[in-house]
Design a protein around this ligand. Structure first.
Ligand code: SAM
Length: 183
């Protein structure tokens, strides 16, 4: 009886270890193949960013490359009538974002490549991406979103599109500026 118990326990441990190793390897693969790493925006500027969204009930906010979703969570707390959608490819940030979104019916997290996401319903889009990626995503946004859609890019600005305004967020570290574009 004891032998059977330890045998089942050993099989379970081996099984869970294999899953963990695969998840770890997959996460490394994702980190290496994604063009922007999982670096969340500093917590100290999240409220300031969300205050700039100035959203109304019924508005739809996307965070393309949402990380663990901190900006979206602050947004649904600040503007309860909105719909928020996070798009994330990295396994670890996606998993964290899904867990943190539990109990928030107006916050959805999708495991998708943002280049293939349907963003046509967005009224507001938040981005924290490297300049080359930002440029490509802004091009997609301008092709697929309705005129008037607002785009907020933290720290990085576009060479192609002119911001409507630039907001100072902080004097030090990451999260210094927010560039606001309108489609
Ligand atoms: C710098 S982090 C920003 C996280 C979050 N937006 C924030 O401000 O805290 C960029 C995120 O984009 C994700 N990412 C990079 N390329 C992506 C792609 N093609 N599709 C979806 N997510 C992507 C990364 O996994 C990473 O979590």
């Amino acid at each position: 009886m004891f032998f059977l118990f330890y045998f089942i326990l050993a099989v379970l441990i081996v099984f869970l270890s294999i899953i963990c190793i695969f998840a770890f390897l997959f996460e490394i693969y994702s980190a290496l193949t994604l063009s922007v790493p999982f670096v969340p925006v500093p917590k100290k500027v999240v409220r300031k960013i969300v205050a700039q969204f100035r959203m109304m009930p019924g508005d739809v906010l996307f965070d393309l490359g949402c990380g663990e979703g901190r900006v979206l969570r602050e947004a649904v707390a600040e503007y309860p009538g909105i719909q928020a959608v996070g798009v994330e490819m990295g396994l670890l940030p996606y998993f964290l974002a899904r867990v943190y979104a539990i109990g928030k019916p107006n916050l959805r997290i999708l495991r998708e490549n943002m280049y293939q996401s349907d963003i046509s319903q967005a009224t507001h889009i938040y981005l924290y991406l490297f300049p080359e990626v930002l440029e490509e995503i802004l091009y997609k946004i301008h092709r697929e979103c309705r005129p008037g859609t607002l785009v907020f890019s933290c720290d990085f600005s576009s060479k192609t599109y002119n911001p409507e305004r630039v907001v100072e967020l902080s004097d030090t570290g990451r999260g210094r500026k927010l560039f606001v574009y309108r489609v």
